[in-house]
Design a protein around this ligand. Structure first.
Ligand SMILES: NC(=O)c1ccc[n+]([C@@H]2O[C@H](COP(=O)([O-])OP(=O)(O)OC[C@H]3O[C@@H](n4cnc5c(N)ncnc54)[C@H](OP(=O)(O)O)[C@@H]3O)[C@@H](O)[C@H]2O)c1
Length: 301
């Protein structure tokens, strides 16, 4: 089986590169090999790669910058995804694609289900929602995996930012009124591995059983403030020097950003469990694994 992973230099792409090699012939395509800002060139590139399975981990993920780079965000997150879907539909090649909790407006009080209507607040969220819609409309044998608050030991993410700031500043202030679920790239990759391990012939039917859309997050939930506290506590347990004596909880209104984020973006994993029989580990345990990679060793208590 030849598996094409796009966005190979990203958080999820790199985790896939670690998780999948023994399942087949892995083709890792970075931006230089497959540039999604040119959707018209995608079919030709995919034919040249000739994959049996595509995992699209590439995306325009600069949430705030997207507010002023709308066309680029839509080209990469929507038009390119449609082009991939058209090729996958014509060639009957299964395609796994990722989307985001930011397709929701965050006004719910119960975890979002796959059947809930989307209503994105930001350009990034809108471009991802449009990518979902266009991909499903191609009729491709695809699975859209919506996930949230992704982090890894590599790349740009909240864990790395908080770890750096905790070593530099005497105090941190982090928003405490946005709720969601941190999900490690390795957790996402382990789900993709489980899917690929099912074998190609069964994948389209498995995807159909979930209406080609599934929510995937770690189990449990927290706030950005709770997440930051867990990161700092994990650093301290590992003996990493921490300058920050406190992590102060602040409201979103005290930390304005160009893009509006949903206040509540917990995703229900009921479909993940019932259709795919996949039960992700708690976010705290996955965070421990990433902190081990970043700082080495096991916590002292
Ligand atoms: N990060 C999150 O918190 C989060 C949350 C929910 C859902 N997701 C979704 O999860 C998926 C994986 O995200 P991630 O966290 O792994 O993102 P990431 O670390 O930002 O990686 C995205 C990758 O896409 C590549 N890319 C960007 N523009 C491209 C283009 N025009 N052509 C080709 N490649 C391009 C980037 O390449 P360069 O390395 O060259 O920039 C990068 O390697 C995405 O679909 C994202 O929307 C992410």
């Amino acid at each position: 089986m030849r598996i094409l992973v796009t966005g190979a230099a990203g958080q999820v792409g790199m985790a896939l590169a670690r998780a999948l090699p023994d399942l087949g012939d892995l083709v890792l395509a970075g931006r230089d090999a497959l540039d999604l800002s040119h959707p018209e060139a995608i079919a030709g590139r995919l034919s040249a790669f000739n994959p049996d399975l595509i995992v699209n981990a590439a995306a325009y993920t600069a949430v705030d910058r997207a507010e002023t780079e709308r066309d680029l965000a839509y080209a990469v997150n929507a038009a390119a995804v449609e082009a991939m879907g058209r090729w996958a539909a014509a060639e009957k090649v299964p395609l796994i694609h990722f989307s985001t909790d930011y397709v929701f407006d965050g006004r719910a009080s119960e975890p979002y289900r796959e059947t809930d209507p989307v209503n994105p607040l930001s350009v990034y969220g809108k471009s991802k929602a449009e990518g979902e819609r266009l991909l499903l409309a191609t009729g491709a044998p695809c699975l859209i995996v919506r996930t949230s608050w992704v982090y890894a030991a590599t790349g740009k993410n909240f864990v790395k930012t908080i770890a750096r700031l905790a070593g530099e500043r005497s105090g941190l202030a982090v928003v405490s009124d946005q709720m969601g679920t941190p999900t490690s790239a390795a957790q996402i990759a382990s789900f993709v591995r489980a899917l690929a391990g099912e074998g190609l012939p069964g994948l389209p039917a498995l995807f159909e059983a979930s209406s080609r859309l599934v929510h995937f997050t770690a189990s449990g939930w927290t706030t950005w403030h709770g997440f930051a506290c867990a990161i700092v506590a994990g650093m301290k347990r590992r003996g990493v020097p921490v300058k920050a004596s406190e992590v102060r909880a602040i409201p979103t209104s005290d930390y304005p950003t160009p893009a509006e984020r949903p206040q509540f973006s917990r995703l229900s994993t009921a479909r993940l469990q019932s259709v795919f029989n996949f039960h992700p580990e708690p976010w705290e345990r996955a965070l421990d694994g990433v902190l081990d990679t970043m700082f080495g060793g096991k916590p002292s208590s």
